[in-house]
Design a protein around this ligand. Sequence first.
Ligand SMILES: *Cc1c(COP(=O)(O)O)cnc(C)c1O
Length: 325
Amino acid sequence: MTLASTFIADGDSDYGRAGNATWNAFEEIVGALEGGQALAFASGQAATTAVLDLVRPGGTVVAPQHCYSGTFTELHVRADHGLIDLVLVDVTDTEAVIESARHADLLWIESPTNPMLDVADLETTFAGLDDDDRPILAVDNTFATPLRMRPLDLGADVVIHSASKMIAGHSDLILGVAVSRDPDVVDALHSLRTLHGAIAGAMETFLAARGARTLAVRLDRSETSATMLAERLSEHPAVERVRYPGFGPIVSFEVAGGVEAAERVCRASTLLTHATSLGGVETTWERRRRHAAEPEAVPEQLIRMSVGLEDVDDLWADIAQSLAP
Ligand SMILES: *Cc1c(COP(=O)(O)O)cnc(C)c1O
């Protein structure tokens, strides 16, 4: 692991804000998974804001009507400051997305969306935006992971991840990554990273590279359990609605009885951890609207559950006792 801030002159890197061999090892892994050139960032949020910085002041950004709250807030701050025109869309309405994005500067898509798990048809959306005047096509691929969806293959210009989640997978670091095949986009993002200083720590990239080695088995296990739990939840009388896109570790569901019931359920668990974040080896759940920044379109009683690697029957036993009145 390379921790140095400065390097002997005339080598690959001269100062640690511009490059680091331990970042490169992590970037090679994610680049290979997504099929592009990857750049590590200090966090998913840092990768997101670097991509948003590709839009010139006054540009138009088309984004989901609900998505990760940090992205949602950042988009609204930029719009409130008059830096961008923000157009919000339902990402499942492919025709409307294409119409809104046709003359925009950036189309930002999250799919499945956090935490409503809406899935966008990226292939049709991007195929409908193939003229010269098209926007930059960006996808937050944190929820699908490159093992379930490769947006660059479908026509995206840039993909970002919160590597804090599934890629690193152990809830022990904050890290982001952006990936592109377009050398101009890679150069621009590299410059923004160096100038803004939103750089990854060497330790974080080292740990994330180690975590990525088990991504496939963790994802398979979590997904199998998530599928079973989504089915059992949908048959439970205390559950009004289950959202599960059919892949991945995240299940969102709404409990009967509103905010109080949802809070009570999350606090009643003994095996599931009542905590934010997702994509770790341990199962976590929380009522998303307990965060003030969460989009209002997210129902108050919605619980987002990130399924980890525990025994699925142990998980169900704890969920069932938590749901019991
Ligand atoms: C967590 C998350 C982010 C932000 O990533 P950080 O690493 O926490 O900065 C962005 N997008 C999605 C979908 C997320 O879940």
